[in-house]
Design a protein around this ligand. Sequence first.
Ligand code: NAD
Length: 451
Amino acid sequence: MSKETRATPQKSASTPASATVSTPPPPANRSLKDRGNLFEIATKQIEKAARAIDMDPDVWAILAQPKNELITHFPVRMDDGRFEMFKGYRVQHNNLLGPFKGGLRFHQEANLDEMKALAAWMTYKCALHDIPFGGAKGGVKCNPSQLSTRELERVARRFTHALGNNIGAEWDIPAPDVGTNEQVMVWMMDTYMNVVGQMEKNSVRRIVTGKTIAAGGSHGRREATGQGVVHCISEWALEHSKSLDGMHFIVQGFGNVGSYTARLLTKMGAVLVGTGDAGGYIANPEGINPHKLGEHVVKHGTVAGYSNAAALSRGEFFSLDAEIFVPAALELEIGPEEARALKCELIVEGANGPTYPEGEEILLERGVHIIPDILANSGGVVVSYYEWLQNKRSERWERAEVQDRLERRMQKTYAHVRQYAAKRKIDWRTACYGIALERMQTAYHERGIFP
Ligand code: NAD
């Protein structure tokens, strides 16, 4: 099938060969279904916290399963004129504290258990920050790099149509995640706006967050998740009297979260010595310029083949000498083997669910500090909340205002987690869930269940 324009640039014959490449990298991809059931793993993590706070079993019973699970099959007209059926998901975990909120993932291995886990993490992420949102997640089982731009647009618009009233500006608000971006959000917003009728059109602009600025997005949203990761790292450095200047770090995944984390950390003097994505892994002990690497990724769709770094295997990547590791790709990447290989002092989970409980146990025994996903990557939903508020109030905040608010909120929540963990002598993941679960338990106890 001929494609007019590709949504994501493909590795092509014109990809320049790396000057320092000695051996071709082995495949970086491991199938998600071989990694284990993400929802069971998430439940295990959260149950540990529920036990630690001696949670009311009735409240835990409500939170242990999502409220709604939607699977929809919808047709899309492809560029060659035929219809293709796509499978879409939206899991709404909980809306006790506010409307359901969470990203949309376009990925060939998207599946229900993954969505359930990601939706639950959104609930606890928002509760941890005391943001008045609940948790949801969704997506479409498709490989966006195999779709033309026009096909991607039709998938986004048809999916929005298929979701219908299952999303809403005060009900369930999607955002970008793996395989989706600002443009996908704008197509979704436009589709939704055009079916609600003229009078309501502008009042539903906040149906999605993570939009372009021109379409009503917020300054600072694009880099917000990476910025939040970097605020956590700054707080950690302050806490441990360390300077980030000259500190080595590695990042797995060089998409939105990974690339902005790398750019912002480099700005503070830290040195990116290794990275990798679905196309392969690269390293340079002298440092990799994340801006130039970003340009390479825009052209070639992967970090592989970048000329100022050597190719290496996934296993070699995990053994690189670096003080900080930021996983920012997919889930379940750090098992026992990786946990033993990693040489870092700090792991900051840009990705959702990158660490297996067994891997975490080894890391904690080894004294590696982990800043867990629901804190580390929460900058995205914090600024999504600001975007939603700006749309709701018909306001446009200055970039500096968004950045200031994000920094203060990240610092406040970081300090809360640190104190909570120290007081109870528990690990930080359990502390993050503990804070979130306690907030939700209080709300359930006060409200009861209707009728
Ligand atoms: P993205 O699509 O922009 O980038 C994903 C990156 O992961 C790409 O570089 C891709 O090549 C890489 N990748 C995919 N499969 C891989 C594999 N098998 N091995 C190595 N690398 C692989 O996505 P993103 O928005 O940057 O999201 C990355 C992670 O951060 C996800 O876990 C997501 O849920 C989480 N997250 C994202 C946001 C956000 O605002 N975008 C917010 C919170 C959490």
